[in-house]
Every structure is written in C-alpha cells, then in structure tokens.
Design a protein around this ligand. Structure first.
Ligand code: SF4
Ligand code: SF4
Length: 94
C-alpha cells in the first residue's frame, strides 16, 4: 500500500468533536432557501427544524440563512406554517 493511502483517515470517522462548522456543506446545494420577510412572523419553527443550524436569528427574529452551511434540504420551507409559507426553495445558479 502506498504511504499516502496509509495516511488517509478511515471513512466515517469524526476525529475532532465540534468540527461541523469547518465543513462548508453549502457547496452541495442544488436549491437555496429564499425568505420573504414580509410574510415571516418570526415563529422560529424553521430555526428549530433546520438540521444544519443554518437559520440565522438575531434579537429573536429570523433574518436569513448561513449559506456556507445550508445544504438546501428544504426542511425549513416545508416546516414554515401553511398559512405563512415565507420560504421558497429556488434553483442555485452557479
Ligand atoms: S434548506 Fe435545509 S439546511 Fe438550509 S436553512 Fe433550510 S432547513 Fe436549513
Ligand atoms: S418558519 Fe416561516 S414564519 Fe416562522 S420564522 Fe421561519 S420563515 Fe418565519
């Protein structure tokens, strides 16, 4: 086996706790969430439900998305209450 192969970490091994912030999962995104601030009631359900902690809240208000870590799963848009629907998922343009 080549030396370089021996140096590779085992698949699925997280070598350092609390390292999620170091991985820019936004690179994977095909769709991006877009907030309509006029409709949003700041219920913060999207903030609770986002699996990547990519919904940004300041002073108790939903202000947008951390696009370096949002991977475009769309959970926030689905979970935003039906009567509000303040988040649309749009195609990412590269
Ligand atoms: S699309 Fe997914 S990762 Fe991005 S903010 Fe919404 S719930 Fe979070
Ligand atoms: S779930 Fe919808 S209404 Fe609630 S904070 Fe998020 S975007 Fe705003």
């Amino acid at each position: 086996m080549a030396d370089s192969a021996k140096k590779m970490p085992l698949g699925g091994v997280i070598e350092k706790a609390g390292s999620a912030d170091d991985y820019f999962t936004g690179d994977w995104r095909k769709l991006k969430p877009v907030l309509d601030g006029e409709k949003c009631t700041n219920c913060l359900i999207c903030w609770v439900m986002c699996p990547d902690s990519a919904v940004i809240v300041e002073d108790g208000k939903m202000v947008g998305f951390d696009m370096e870590h949002c991977k475009g799963c769309g959970i926030c848009a689905v979970e935003c209450p039906d009567k509000i629907k303040a988040i649309d998922m749009e195609e990412e343009v590269s």
